[in-house]
Structure formats: structure tokens, C-alpha cells
Design a binder for this molecule. Structure first.
Ligand SMILES: CC(C)(COP(=O)(O)OP(=O)(O)OC[C@H]1O[C@@H](n2cnc3c(N)ncnc32)[C@H](O)[C@@H]1OP(=O)(O)O)[C@@H](O)C(=O)NCCC(=O)NCCS
Length: 216
């Protein structure tokens, strides 16, 4: 039973999470793959990466799609051939997809102490509201901020965005499971609604792009 969870965010947005417990062979035998992705799969160096990739196809099938409904653009961003938006993430033994009629991005990250050491690479203004002394919630908040920036990056799919300088996550409480983030990039300002929750020591973060974009 490795479909771990389905989050029905609203009528048009679903998040599906897979816990990867199956072998490569089992997963491979249960999914459809287009030719490009067969080649890509065989070139992956780690078996965990391969199982993550295959588990995403299991999630697609759970959502009523398959690999033939999916294509990647030149930057590696996945798209569905119908009007829906999709975003994909994998981390260790979990993978997740979000499918929505809105513009969305998703990320899952293992909550790890190591994130403290790299915080100044992706955090700037957020340090004003972060409390380093509360180490457990500090790690969780850093993981949400990282996930939010990854999710927004996946939506924008543009080279040159700096997590530290161009994306700002507004103050938030872990319990609220929602915050706002702004992207300021190349003279434009864009707002995102960011949702987050925890499971099994991971943070799940997904972001929705607000419709209007402002020129600065
Ligand atoms: C592309 C990127 C977003 C992937 O994120 P990740 O945490 O390494 O890996 P995840 O498992 O969460 O996501 C991987 C999935 O993202 C998707 N993806 C890859 N490139 C993408 C892009 N340009 N746009 C949107 N989605 C993309 C793919 O679906 C991929 O999985 P798949 O190829 O198996 O289908 C990330 O590697 C990246 O380039 N980040 C931005 C660079 C950066 O500035 N980083 C450091 C700042 S300090």
C-alpha cells in the first residue's frame, strides 16, 4: 500500500504522495514509460533515483494519467498535455506530485540539522523573524523556506533566480500551514500562496502563483 497520502486541496488541485518501498523490478512492471523516459531511466546512476522516477509514474496513474500524458520542456520542467499543471518532487523514500488547474510547484525535503549550515546561502530577509535558539522549529522553518523557494523556482522555470536575493518568504507559524512569498525578478513582482505540512520527518511545501504580476 505505498500510496502514502492524497491531499485534496480543492476541487481542482490534488497532491499525491508515494512511499517507495517496492523494488525497481516491481515498479517497472507496473508502469507505462515512453521511449525518451526509458532511455533516461536506464541512464540514472542510483537505483533510488530510478525507483523515485518510477514511483512518480505510479502516482500519475493514481491520478488518472500516465507517462504518455507527460512531456518535459528544455529546462526539465514537466507538463501535462491537457490543460492541467503538474509539478514533481522526490526525496529519499518519498515522492510527490501536484496536479492543478492553477500554476503550481511542489517540493518535499527531509528535515535535517545540516540545513542550519547552509541557511545563509538561501535565506536573507527571513533571518529577521527566525529564532536560531529554538533549534527544532528553526530547522523546520528553514526547511519550509527552502521548500517554498524550490516550489516557486519550479513554477517560474527561469535561469538566474537567486533563492537568497529574489524570493522572500513572509513570516509564518508552523501551525498555520500557510504563508505568502514574493518573487522580485527582472523588474517584476509576483506573489505566491505557500502551503506546507509535515509527514514522517519531511516537509511538504507547495505554492500557487497569484494571477496578477506587478511591474516594479
Ligand atoms: C530543478 C530543481 C528545482 C529540482 O529540485 P530538487 O530539489 O533537486 O529535486 P526534486 O526531486 O524536488 O525535483 C525534481 C523534479 O523537478 C522537476 N524539474 C526539473 N527541472 C525543472 C525546472 N526547470 N522547472 C520546473 N520543474 C523542474 C522535474 O520534474 C524533476 O523530477 P523528474 O525529472 O524526475 O520528473 C533544482 O535542482 C534546481 O535547479 N533548483 C534551483 C537552483 C538553485 O538556485 N539552487 C540553489 C540555491 S541556494
Amino acid at each position: 500500500m505505498p500510496l502514502y497520502k492524497i491531499i485534496q486541496h480543492n476541487a481542482n488541485t490534488q497532491i499525491l504522495i508515494w512511499e517507495i518501498t517496492e523494488s525497481y523490478d516491481q515498479l517497472f512492471s507496473e508502469v507505462v514509460l515512453n521511449m525518451k523516459n526509458r532511455i533516461r531511466l536506464s541512464g540514472m546512476k542510483s537505483e533510488m533515483h530510478q525507483r523515485g522516477f518510477l514511483s512518480v509514474r505510479k502516482l500519475l496513474q493514481e491520478a488518472g494519467f500516465n507517462d504518455l500524458d507527460l512531456y518535459y520542456d528544455e529546462n526539465g520542467k514537466p507538463h501535462l498535455k491537457d490543460e492541467n499543471h503538474i509539478s514533481i518532487t522526490h526525496s529519499h523514500n518519498f515522492s510527490a506530485i501536484i496536479i492543478s488547474n492553477e500554476t503550481v510547484g511542489i517540493d518535499i525535503e527531509l528535515q535535517r540539522e545540516k540545513i542550519i549550515r547552509i541557511a545563509d546561502k538561501f535565506v536573507d530577509k527571513e533571518f529577521k523573524y527566525l529564532n536560531k535558539k529554538e533549534s527544532k522549529s528553526y530547522i523546520k522553518k528553514l526547511t519550509v523556506i527552502w521548500g517554498a523557494k524550490e516550489a516557486i523556482f519550479k513554477i517560474r522555470n527561469e535561469k538566474g533566480i537567486s533563492f537568497k536575493d529574489n524570493i522572500i518568504v513572509k513570516p509564518f507559524d508552523l501551525e498555520n500551514q500557510e504563508t505568502i512569498a514574493d518573487l522580485h525578478f527582472e523588474g517584476l513582482s509576483q506573489k505566491y500562496i505557500v502551503k506546507y505540512e509535515e509527514f514522517a520527518g519531511f516537509s511538504l511545501v507547495y505554492a500557487f502563483e497569484e494571477k496578477s504580476e506587478l511591474r516594479e
